[in-house]
Design a protein around this ligand. Structure first.
Ligand code: ISL
Length: 538
C-alpha cells in the first residue's frame, strides 16, 4: 500500500503522477495540422513547446484509436491502432518521443467497458450465435413477449438492450447502441484488453485514464434495477432507475487488480479511473494499493450525477476535508473540468475562475486540468444545426459540445486552430481570449497559470505537504500545506479583513490571483479583495 507522503523516508519516493499536473487534451479540438477542421497528433506535437511552457507534468489524450466517431472516439474499432483522421503510428511515436524529451509524460485513454459496433470483435460476435467471440459481448434472449431481458437503461437514453435481427438476441450497451459492452466475465476479453495495454506500454506510454472503470462488471443474475424515488422531471432519463446492478459491482475490483498487475510489469506507470460515485465508495477503488493509482475525484464538479457543486466556501471546505481524510493512504486528486462537463469558468462564475484554479493547484493531490482552461475558455455557443454530441438528444441542449470547442490559439482565422471550418464552432470570445494575446500580457490568465505552476513545482509543501483547513469567515476557505504554506481564498464579493495571527504573525505573499507584487503581510489584519486567492509562505 502506498505510504502517506509525510511518512515516506525520502521525498524522491514520490512519483511523477503525484507531483505533476495532468493536462487533458481532447484531440479533435486542440490543433489541426492536416486542414480538415479536426485536430490531430501532429497538431499536438507542434504545440509541445507551449505545453511544456505551462509547467505541467503529463498530457492525457482522449481516445486516438480507429473509430467511427459515434461517440467521438469513445467507440473504439481497434484497440491497437491509430485513427487515420488523427494521424499515423509514425506521428504517434514522434509525439511520444518529443514529449518525453521535454519531460512530459503521456497518458492514453483506455475504453475497456465497451467497443465500437465496428470493432472486428463485435462484427464476429454478432455474425452468428456459435461464433467463438459470441460470448465476448453480452447477448441475451428476449422475454417470452419479445421484450428486452430486463429494465436496464443506457446513459444516453432509452433501453440498454438492442435487438439483433439476424441472430435473434439482444445485446447490452450502457452508452450508445453503437457501443456494445464487452463481457468482462470472459477471461479472453480481459486478456485481449490486457494485450492492448501492453501494446501501448511497450511503445512507452506512461499510463492510462480508464473510461467508466466502475461499470466493468454487471450483475450475474441480470436483475431489474429499482426505480429511483428521487427522480425529478428534467433529469436525464437514465436517472429513472437506481443502478445497483450495473455500477460498482464487487467483481469490478478484481478486474481492476488484474489491470493494475499489467501496469506493474512496467514499473512507474499510472492508472487513473473514471468513476462517479460518492466519496466513501470512490476511495474503495484504491484497493489495498493494488487497484487504481487514482480514482478520479469529481466532487469539485458534481454534487450528485445531476447537480453541480456550488462555489461556496463551506461546501467546498467540507468536501475537501472529508475527501482528504477518506483517502487514507491513497493519493488524492482533484478535477475541475473535462470533455463531459461545462467549463468551470462558466459554472463557478467568471470572477471566481482564478481563485478556483489557484485552489485546484494548491490542494493536496494531483490536479487534472482541461485544455483551454488556462486561458479562461468558457462554454461555447453551439447553434442547433451544428450540434455534434449524440448525448444532446436526451438532455435537450447542446450536450457536451460547449466544452469541446477548439483551442483558441490566436485572434486570426479559426483562432489558429485550423485552416478549414472547425468541426465545432470557435467561441465568439476568441479575439480576446487566446494564447497569443495572453502571451503578450504579463497579467493574463495564461501567465497567472504559469506563475502558479512555477510556484507549485518549486514548493515541496505544495506538491506533497499535508493539508489542514482553518475554521474562519463563512466566505473564506483557508488551509495550510506542509509546514510553510498558507492558502486563503475569498469566495465572496466583499473585501474582507481577517485575523490569521494564530497561524503566524507575518507572512510573505507568494502569489495573488490579482498578480500583485510579492511582499510581506501582517496576518493580524490580512486584507482580501473580492474573489481573491492568496498563496503565502509562513
Ligand atoms: O457526459 C456525461 C454527462 O455529462 C457522463 O454521463 C458521461 O457519459 C459518463 O460519465 C461516462 O463518460 C465516459 O464514457 C462515455 C463517453 O461518452 C464520455 O465522453 C466518457 O468520458 C462513454 O465512453
Amino acid at each position: 500500500m502506498t505510504q502517506p507522503l509525510e511518512q515516506t523516508p525520502q521525498r524522491q519516493k514520490t512519483l511523477w503522477w503525484q507531483r505533476g499536473i495532468i493536462y487533458q487534451i481532447y484531440p479533435r479540438s486542440f490543433q489541426d495540422s492536416s486542414g480538415d477542421g479536426v485536430g490531430d497528433l501532429e497538431g499536438i506535437r507542434s504545440r509541445l513547446p507551449y505545453l511544456a511552457s505551462l509547467g505541467i507534468g503529463a498530457i492525457w489524450i482522449s481516445p486516438i484509436y480507429p473509430s467511427p466517431m459515434a461517440d467521438f472516439g469513445y467507440d473504439v474499432a481497434d484497440y491497437s491502432g491509430i485513427e487515420p483522421m488523427f494521424g499515423t503510428f509514425q506521428d504517434f511515436d514522434k509525439l511520444l518521443a518529443e514529449a518525453h524529451a521535454l519531460g512530459l509524460k503521456v497518458v492514453l485513454d483506455l475504453v475497456p467497458n465497451h467497443s465500437s459496433e465496428m470493432n472486428a470483435w463485435f462484427l464476429e460476435s454478432r455474425s452468428s450465435r456459435d461464433n467463438p467471440k459470441r460470448d465476448w459481448y453480452i447477448w441475451k434472449d428476449a422475454t417470452p413477449d419479445g421484450g428486452p431481458p430486463n429494465n436496464w437503461l443506457a446513459w444516453f437514453g432509452g433501453s440498454g438492450w438492442e435487438w439483433d435481427e439476424k441472430t435473434g438476441q439482444y445485446y447490452f450497451h450502457q452508452f450508445l447502441k453503437e457501443q456494445p459492452d464487452l463481457n468482462w466475465r470472459n477471461p479472453e476479453v480481459r486478456g485481449a484488453i490486457f494485450e492492448a495495454m501492453r501494446f501501448w506500454l511497450n511503445k512507452g506510454v506512461d499510463g492510462f485514464r480508464v473510461d467508466v472503470i466502475w461499470l466493468l462488471a454487471k450483475d450475474e443474475l441480470w436483475r431489474d434495477e429499482p426505480p429511483n424515488p428521487d427522480y425529478a422531471k428534467g433529469q436525464i432519463s437514465f436517472n429513472k432507475l437506481l443502478h445497483i446492478h450495473t455500477q460498482n459491482q464487487p467483481d469490478t475490483h478484481e478486474y481492476i487488480r488484474q489491470m493494475r498487475a499489467v501496469l506493474e510489469e512496467y514499473g512507474e506507470r499510472m492508472m487513473v479511473g473514471e468513476i462517479f460515485t460518492p466519496l466513501e465508495t470512490l476511495v474503495s477503488y484504491y484497493g489495498a494499493g493494488d487497484e487504481c493509482h487514482m480514482p478520479f475525484n469529481f466532487s469539485l464538479i458534481l454534487k450528485t450525477l445531476d447537480s453541480y457543486t456550488e462555489w461556496n466556501a463551506r461546501v467546498i471546505r467540507d468536501l475537501v476535508d472529508r475527501y482528504d481524510a477518506l483517502c487514507g493512504a491513497g493519493w488524492p486528486n482533484y478535477v475541475l473540468g473535462n470533455h463531459d462537463q461545462p467549463r468551470f469558468k462558466s459554472r463557478f462564475g467568471f470572477e471566481n475562475a482564478r481563485a478556483a484554479t489557484l485552489m485546484l493547484l494548491t490542494l493536496r493531490g494531483t490536479p487534472t486540468f482541461y485544455y483551454g482552461d488556462e486561458i479562461g475558455m468558457v462554454n461555447g455557443v453551439i447553434p442547433r444545426e451544428r450540434i455534434q454530441d449524440p448525448f444532446a438528444g436526451d438532455v435537450e441542449s447542446a450536450g457536451r459540445d460547449p466544452e469541446r470547442t477548439p483551442m483558441q490559439w490566436d485572434g486570426g482565422q479559426n483562432a489558429g486552430f485550423s485552416s478549414a471550418e472547425p468541426w465545432l464552432p470557435i467561441n465568439p470570445d476568441f479575439q480576446t481570449v487566446n494564447v497569443a494575446a495572453q502571451e503578450a500580457d504579463p497579467h493574463s490568465d495564461l501567465n497567472f497559470f504559469r506563475a502558479l505552476t512555477q510556484l507549485r513545482n518549486s514548493s515541496e509543501a505544495l506538491m506533497v505537504g499535508a493539508y489542514r483547513s482553518l475554521e474562519r469567515h463563512p466566505d473564506v476557505f483557508a488551509y495550510l500545506r506542509g509546514k510553510g504554506i498558507l492558502v486563503v481564498l475569498n469566495f465572496g464579493g466583499e473585501t474582507l479583513e481577517l485575523d490569521l495571527s494564530s497561524v503566524a504573525e507575518k507572512a510573505n505573499l507568494l502569489l495573488s490571483t490579482r498578480m500583485v507584487e510579492p511582499r510581506a503581510l501582517d496576518l493580524k489584519a490580512l486584507r482580501l479583495e473580492p474573489h481573491e486567492g492568496l498563496v503565502l509562505s509562513i
